[in-house]
Design a binder for this molecule. Structure first.
Ligand code: CP
Length: 314
């Protein structure tokens, strides 16, 4: 059976079966990534454009590695080196690139909704690599992969997402995906970093005290304080934020014995997490998340470009 989606833009359109298939295919690509020669000819002949109009370390590098390991041809493109600085619209840029008979565009942009516009203008497959405050679906998939790998299943877990909920595109994808997979979701943060209607996020609970929330959590998912998106002064200082909402060594006694710590990166050390929790050998899953980024991006490219559950390990 072929994959029932053309794009990976809105994860709330994906069923539990769709998400499980991506995670299962990612697991098969893990085996490829643990070989000495980490490359398969699976997507040879396909051309993928990586259009990053906003800075990225993890998402951009892991897409590039995923594409190379699947033998795609790639074009890395975007930002201030393109003719958009001369006044060309983004959509004319997209139409220009499509003249090269490309197959898929990976797009990151600071404006919400750009991946949908790119999909309409291009007609090719599109993966949203993060758009404004809206969605970041491959981040959510790598988070789900990491959580499933640690606990064996996502269903029945309680996941706390902590911090800058209101500016978070990670929340935009992760909350609906966790709900689809049967987890309970608790959002935690100061009222000034919550959206006006936190109930619309789809979380099961909203809490304003980290200390009260921690004992119930299997996964403590710390969000980055997005200094580039903050308006006004939502908290008195970063030090004060860390005192009330930072996951620190002093708070470890509040964690469940097997609770894990996640963060999408980049980390503001000393703000969301201290060094002790960020680098905790048993609890921190942060570098596992980064590695999972390659696996789920390989799986997403493969399935969108016509692959199925058979043949992921060619
Ligand atoms: N998590 C994430 O999207 O990181 P980058 O901005 O480095 O890609």
């Amino acid at each position: 059976m072929s994959f029932p989606h053309k794009h990976l833009i809105d994860l709330s359109e994906y069923s539990a079966d769709d998400i499980s298939l991506i995670l299962d295919v990612a697991e098969r690509f893990r085996e490829v990534n643990e070989r000495r020669i980490k490359k398969v000819p699976t997507l040879k002949g396909f051309t993928v454009v990586n259009m990053f109009n906003e800075p990225s370390t993890r998402t951009r590098s892991s897409f590039e590695i995923a594409e190379k390991r699947l033998s795609c041809d790639t074009l890395n493109f975007g930002g201030s080196s393109t003719s958009t600085v001369k006044g060309e619209s983004l959509l004319d840029t997209v139409r220009t690139l499509c003249s090269y008979k490309i197959d898929l565009i990976v797009v990151r942009d600071k404006h919400a909704g750009v991946p949908h516009q790119v999909a309409r203008a291009s007609g090719v497959h599109v993966i949203d690599a993060g758009d404004g405050k809206h969605q970041h679906p491959t981040q959510a998939l790598l988070d789900l992969y990491t959580i499933r790998k640690r606990f064996g299943s996502i269903e029945g877990l309680t996941v706390g997402i902590v911090g800058d909920i209101g500016h978070s595109r990670v929340c935009g994808s992760l909350i609906p995906a966790l709900k689809t997979m049967g987890a309970k979701v608790v959002v935690v943060g100061p009222p000034t970093l919550m959206p006006a209607r936190p109930d619309l996020l789809g979380a099961d609970e909203v809490r304003f005290s980290l200390d009260e929330a921690l004992p119930q959590l299997d996964v403590v998912y710390m969000l980055r304080i997005q200094r580039e998106r903050l308006e006004g002064a939502p908290f008195p200082s970063l030090r004060e934020y860390n005192r009330l909402f930072g996951l620190t060594r002093e708070r470890e006694h509040l964690l469940r014995p097997d609770a894990i710590v996640c963060h999408p990166g980049p980390i503001n050390r000393g703000v969301e997490l201290d060094d002790y929790m960020a680098d905790h050998v048993e609890r921190s899953a942060i570098l596992d998340q980064v590695y999972a980024g390659v696996l789920v991006r390989m799986a997403s490219l493969y399935l969108l470009l016509g692959g199925n559950e058979h043949g992921a390990d060619a």
